[in-house]
Design a protein around this ligand. Structure first.
Ligand SMILES: Nc1nc2c(ncn2[C@@H]2O[C@H](COP(=O)(O)OP(=O)(O)OP(=O)(O)O)[C@@H](O)[C@H]2O)c(=O)[nH]1
Ligand SMILES: [Zn+2]
Length: 218
């Protein structure tokens, strides 16, 4: 790994490895076996809300909701290795690569309501580049979990650092949190911006500035 990126995330590498083990240990088949339990739990929630779960409109709602929450959290089952699929290529390119405006939908782990927005990812290769779609797939893996935005931002950056060993990685997320919009403080237009800068993006203000100028430009 490049010394810049490696140095900055050395503490975090083991966390990434732990995440992978965690992910691979959960089999997709577990989803099947958990579905009836989730369905029963949603039936219970509806009844506690005072609903009649036998009325026509709600008959299949617990099952639908169970499948939906499994989809919203499917990132727990996916690993970086699965999605990279050998799409890392040797390339003598050492200029900045940015994929911006990647839509993400996640669930706030405090209230279990959505937060969603855009992820901007930049990296400076170190003899290796990755298939562009894979950056969006990495964002997808970590967003389809119960999250806080800060952790989501860091996990995406660390995963790219780990996989590519680039000279640096920058990730910015701009998101709207429905827990601040639909309830609680009810601020319709508030947006949360988080960033993680690793390697050269952390060390060199000009590189960071170039990324921010290109990524945040509308
Ligand atoms: N740092 C951070 N906070 C989050 C995120 N998503 C939700 N929160 C916050 O988590 C906090 C939970 O605060 P609590 O006081 O325990 O919960 P609450 O009474 O529902 O808070 P209110 O939302 O203020 O009504 C709130 O301030 C949320 O805005 C996130 O991604 N990052
Ligand atoms: Zn929340």
């Amino acid at each position: 790994m490049n010394s810049h990126c490696n140095g900055k995330v050395s503490d975090s590498k083991s966390a990434v490895v732990a995440h992978r083990k965690h992910e691979t240990s959960r089999k997709e088949s577990e989803d099947e076996s958990r579905l009836p339990l989730l369905e029963a739990a949603y039936t219970s929630i509806l009844r506690h809300l005072g609903e009649d779960t036998d009325r026509e409109g709600l008959l299949r709602t617990p099952l639908r909701a169970a499948k939906a929450i499994q989809f919203f959290t499917k990132g727990y089952h996916e690993t970086i290795d699965d999605i990279l699929n050998n799409a890392i290529f040797d390339e003598d390119h050492e200029e900045m690569v940015i994929v911006k405006d990647i839509d993400v939908f996640s669930l706030c782990e405090h209230h279990l309501v959505p937060f969603f927005g855009k992820v901007h990812i930049g990296y400076i290769p170190n003899k290796k580049v990755v298939g562009l779609s894979k950056l969006a797939r990495i964002a997808e893996i970590f967003s389809r979990r119960l999250q806080v935005q800060e952790r989501l931002t860091k996990q995406i950056a660390m995963a790219i650092c780990e996989a590519l060993q680039p000279k640096g990685v920058a990730v910015v997320i701009e998101a709207a949190h429905m827990c601040m919009v639909m309830r609680g403080v009810q601020k319709m237009n508030s947006r949360t911006v988080t960033s993680t800068m690793l390697g050269i993006y952390l060390e060199d203000p000009k590189t960071r500035e170039e990324f921010l100028t290109l990524a945040m430009r509308t």
